[in-house]
Write a protein that binds this ligand. Structure first.
Ligand SMILES: Cc1cc2nc3c(=O)[nH]c(=O)nc-3n(C[C@H](O)[C@H](O)[C@H](O)COP(=O)(O)O)c2cc1C
Length: 178
């Protein structure tokens, strides 16, 4: 079983990087699945403007960047999406990346680690709707990281209860893959 940890911010100087690295390390020591780091920014995806429907593309794309992204997602059985909240919703760069694909997401469990002023709870609720289109099982457990309390001058310092929350999230995610 392979879990993809998806770093969703593509912004210069993104706060999401230390959050995703913490999730990655903890997921690796948690055990029960292989863990893959998937940095959306590293693929350099264009804005989706295809004349085709990704759901009908059979996971084959002319653009090598999109094909690499497709292969990375397709190789995973489940995902932890590390997401900020932009304007009370999902970040556009990650939504664009998700829109590029179809069958690669289909039916795979997905869990969310949100970070923001209010823990990105609105973004995560929107992601739950979006991934519903892929028949994905969205895991109830989520992390709602408060950037004011947990992003300090010393970097990302997770609240003491986050490790237990993440372990519970990973247990549910792994169980959902079956
Ligand atoms: C375009 C934009 C919109 C934002 N909107 C929200 C918001 O609605 N709610 C929130 O809690 N934070 C919001 N923020 C602040 C982000 O939580 C903060 O900048 C965070 O560092 C973003 O994650 P990133 O640095 O990994 O991209 C916004 C930031 C940007 C750049």
């Amino acid at each position: 079983m392979r879990i993809g940890i998806v770093l969703g911010s593509v912004r210069e100087g993104r706060a999401g990087e230390p959050v995703a690295n913490w999730v990655l390390e903890r997921a690796r020591t948690h055990g029960g699945a292989d863990v893959e780091f998937i940095d959306v920014k590293s693929f350099g995806l264009p804005v989706f403007d295809g004349a085709y429907l990704p759901a009908m593309a059979d996971k084959k794309y002319d653009d090598p960047a999109v094909q690499a992204w497709s292969d990375a997602v397709d190789a995973c059985d489940a995902f932890v999406i590390v997401t900020p909240e932009y304007n009370h919703s999902v970040p556009g760069g990650l939504k664009n990346a998700v829109d590029h694909l179809g069958g690669e997401w289909l039916g795979k469990p997905v869990a969310f680690v949100g970070y923001g002023a209010d823990g990105a709870v609105r973004a995560v609720e929107h992601w739950r709707q979006i991934f519903g289109n892929f028949d994905a099982k969205a895991i109830r457990a989520q992390l709602s990281i408060n950037i004011f309390a947990e992003m300090t001058e010393n970097g990302f310092v997770p609240n003491e209860r986050r490790a237990g929350e993440l372990d519970a999230l990973l247990d549910s995610l792994i169980a959902a893959v079956g």
